[in-house]
Design a protein around this ligand. Structure first.
Ligand code: PLP
Length: 344
């Protein structure tokens, strides 16, 4: 099987398992786990932030960050297709009593003007607009990069209106590798940041929240509230450390593999793909012209040894990662180009 469902399907390599086996551990709720402390220091240093805290998942990263930043009843601005709105089980409403004001976009990227026009005037009627969130790279929009110059323009508008900024940077590593802009530049405009170790970097578990020392101490308390205080978790942090030490630069290979898929699929009858939207490791293509649904198409792919996911009724998503090679992607294109969609 060539598994292109997600970059979350990677399995720890033998070297990563060795790092896990040899990890020094302690009780991290007592701050006694040296491996977790090393991971938190290492990731903060990579991004040039004062501190970071380890959490079990990216969802918890976003939710703990939003809870720590906010007060009940605040309004937050989110792009309509973002992970926080679509895949986090109404977390902002349930955990933090936040109202979401959604910004519609064509490709997941909004502008400083969009933010300006969504900030409500402070008066006795209106909810207080207080946070703007950005997802980078944007999952549902095919791994597209939210441009740094627009983020900086948004920061100006945010500061003018006293808005805080949160980055869902699950795949910020991919934006860094695709553009060459330093990790620190991508997070500097934000008050809080969440990044994943378990996507492209290939760790089995874990995300980090980044911010000032003061913010991270508060987030550590929120993490405990959410049941995310963990004990001898250095065995997992060791995998995270291994991932940040070995698997960042190689994301370029995933981007090259995504290009191979995009170009190959673009040449196949029945598929439509906009190559400009393939900027990192995600490839989304339209299959309407095959006359089949995305679920049917994904079923056909699966019977021929290629796994993807339906992305709405007419689109299919492939994601490249550590456990598929460029050769696997060429093979996938070859298999798919040989299929006949007239038959089930
Ligand atoms: C995967 C992902 C997350 C976090 O997901 P978990 O499965 O909870 O780790 C958050 N945001 C984006 C954009 C993601 O793609």
């Amino acid at each position: 099987m060539i598994d292109l469902r997600s970059d979350t399907v990677t399995r720890p390599s033998p070297q990563m398992r060795k790092a896990i086996a040899e990890a020094e551990v302690g009780d991290d709720v007592f701050r006694d786990d040296p491996t977790v402390i090393r991971l938190e220091e290492k990731v903060a240093e990579l991004f040039g932030t004062e501190a970071s805290v380890y959490v079990p998942s990216g969802t918890m990263g976003n939710q703990v960050a939003l809870k720590t930043l906010s007060e009940p009843g605040w309004e937050i601005l989110c792009e309509r297709d973002c992970h926080i709105v679509n895949y986090e089980v109404a977390g902002p409403a349930i955990h933090s009593s936040l109202l979401i004001n959604m910004i519609d976009t064509e490709h997941g990227v909004f502008t400083a003007e969009d933010v300006e026009s969504h900030v409500r005037e402070p008066n006795i009627h209106n909810p207080l607009t207080k946070i703007v969130t950005i997802e980078n790279t944007h999952n549902r929009h095919g791994g597209t990069i939210f441009p740094l110059n627009e983020i900086l323009r948004i920061r100006k508008v945010a500061s003018k209106h006293n808005l805080l900024m949160h980055l869902d940077g699950a795949r910020i590593w991919n934006a860094h590798i695709a553009t060459g802009a330093p990790l620190a530049d991508w997070v500097a405009p934000f008050d809080s940041v969440s990044v994943c170790l378990s996507k492209g970097l290939g760790a089995p578990v874990g995300s980090m929240i980044l911010g000032t020392k003061d913010f991270i101490e508060k987030a550590r308390r929120t993490r405990k509230l959410f049941g995310g205080g963990m004990r001898q978790v250095g065995i997992l942090a060791a995998a995270g450390l291994y991932a940040v030490e070995h698997n960042i630069d190689r994301l370029a290979e995933d981007h090259d593999s995504a290009r191979i898929l995009a170009e190959g699929l673009g040449g196949i009858d029945g598929f439509d793909i906009d190559p400009d939207r393939v900027q990192t490791n995600i490839v989304i293509f339209d299959i309407s012209k095959t006359g089949k649904t995305s679920t049917e198409i994904v079923g056909i792919f699966k019977r021929h040894g290629v796994l993807g996911v339906p992305f709405g009724p007419t689109r299919v998503r492939f994601v490249t990662h550590l456990d598929v090679t460029a050769e696997d992607c060429r093979k996938a294109v070859e298999i798919i180009s040989g299929l006949n969609f007239d038959r089930p």
